[in-house]
Design a protein around this ligand. Structure first.
Ligand SMILES: NC(=O)c1ccc[n+]([C@@H]2O[C@H](COP(=O)([O-])OP(=O)(O)OC[C@H]3O[C@@H](n4cnc5c(N)ncnc54)[C@H](O)[C@@H]3O)[C@@H](O)[C@H]2O)c1
Length: 403
């Protein structure tokens, strides 16, 4: 035997395979991405990871086109993340015939115009949260989606996190009885730094609102997902630093909330308390929630995101206590990742789950949730919260547009 050349075992087989998935399509789904910032990276990773993790069920994808108003960002996204073409004009993406699905990861005030243009071109749309900068625009998007008859999805990725999806199934099975209370918080501390610049997130013209839109939209969606529709709110919003450094070091006024506390009432009689803040010292990325029912409770925190804590009213006092469930292949969304519980998933895994759901629904032509209707409902709660805060934190009914 020649040194260095491993011998093939007797009967060895080999072959060439362009795509191993069982759903191989003659024409792949062309994706167009609008925005090339933080979320563009997360969504790109999502598509790539989904193709590996969910190979069996995934249609083939083509990363056709990326747009960003900043040419350097668009070019870098294309070069680094393997998008086929780049442009500074988002309309080139929404109008491109090779694009069947448009993914919007641009600032909030642009969502409606881009999504509506894409849907009128017959494209499916995945749009980041909050669906729009205010509820009226979100409603226009929902109506346009209905009219176009295309698949529409909003980026409430936390719903897909396996521990949270499992919490939902426990609630549906009645394992903690009737839900009495929901408590959730989304805390960060990056904006405590006074030098943090006046980005689009800190201006109502581009973001719609501050922490309540950026972080609160996720919590509101989780409340709706796990408990039910929200009927009334009472909010207190606060802008902690009234200005932030602009590009030329000038002081740019901040007109959105840095910290918000929100009390909610659900249609089914449950009540809730939510807190959202990007100036909470020591909290790097803390998302926590608790569901309290009349037969038990469920608790989750992102800090231990591979676990879910369940408390059930005990049969006897000696075994009264919480159970920690280790998330793994027996839990929804985690099945395809790793063979053993406790191996762990990361922030990027949520985007793989979202990408899987989006492209398979485009391939099947089947609408999935969270849809633009879920985006609209969250925006209605945000609008009501801002009205409550303006009215000195009085209780305000949520105005629901007709579905
Ligand atoms: N799902 C989540 O957990 C999550 C997390 C972060 C952000 N988001 C959402 O994602 C969206 C984008 O946020 P981000 O953090 O990526 O912001 P970002 O600032 O990092 O990126 C936004 C990009 O959009 C580009 N842009 C601005 N105007 C444009 C235009 N006219 N055409 C094309 N591109 C334009 C900017 O140049 C920038 O590169 C927001 O709606 C945000 O709320 C969601």
């Amino acid at each position: 035997m020649t040194r260095g050349a491993p011998s093939a075992p007797r009967g060895a087989e080999s072959g060439v395979c362009r795509y191993a998935g069982s759903r191989r399509r003659t024409s792949p789904i062309g994706i167009g991405l609008v925005g090339a910032g933080f979320m563009a990276k997360a969504h790109t990773l999502g598509y790539r990871a989904a193709e590996t993790v969910f190979a069996e069920e995934m249609p083939t994808l083509r990363q056709v086109y990326v747009a960003d108003v900043d040419a350097r960002a668009a070019h870098a996204a294309a070069a680094r993340w393997r998008w086929g073409r780049w442009t500074t004009d988002w309309a080139a993406v929404t109008g491109a015939p090779e694009v069947q699905a448009v993914d919007i990861v641009a600032p909030n005030h642009l969502h409606a115009e881009i999504a509506i243009a894409a849907m009128r071109e017959g494209k499916a749309v995945l749009c980041e949260k909050p669906l729009a900068d205010h509820a009226a625009a979100a409603y226009e998007m929902y109506r346009a989606a209905r009219e176009a008859g295309v698949v529409h999805q909003v980026g409430f990725v936390l719903r897909r996190w396996p521990a949270i999806a499992f919490a939902k199934s426990l609630v549906e099975e009645g394992r903690i009885g009737r839900i009495l209370q929901f408590r959730a918080s989304y805390l960060l501390d990056y904006a405590l730094d006074r030098r943090h610049p006046a980005t689009w997130r800190l201006q109502s013209a581009t973001a719609g609102a501050g922490a309540i839109a950026d972080l609160g939209s996720h919590l509101i969606d989780l409340g709706r997902f796990l408990v039910g529709e929200i009927s009334a709110v009472m909010a207190r919003t606060r802008t902690i630093y009234p200005s932030r450094p602009g590009a030329d070091d000038s002081a740019v006024p901040v007109d959105v909330d840095d910290a918000t506390e929100l009390l909610v009432e659900f249609d089914n009689g449950a009540t809730g308390a939510m807190e959202m803040c990007w100036m909470a010292a020591g909290h790097k990325l803390d998302i926590s929630l608790e569901l309290r029912g009349d037969e038990g409770s469920i608790a989750f925190t992102w800090r231990r995101n591979g676990e879910l804590c369940l408390y059930r009213s005990p049969a006897s006092a000696e075994v009264d206590g919480w159970t920690t469930i280790i998330i793994g292949p027996n839990h929804p969304g985690a099945e395809a990742f790793w063979p053993l519980a406790g191996m762990g998933m990361g922030f990027d895994s949520m985007f793989a789950l979202q990408a899987r759901d989006f492209v398979t629904s485009v391939a099947d032509g089947k609408q999935v949730t969270p849809s633009f209707l879920d985006g609209l409902r969250a925006s209605e709660v945000i609008d009501a919260s801002l009205r409550s805060a303006e009215a000195n934190s009085t209780w305000v009914e949520v105005n629901h547009h007709q579905a």
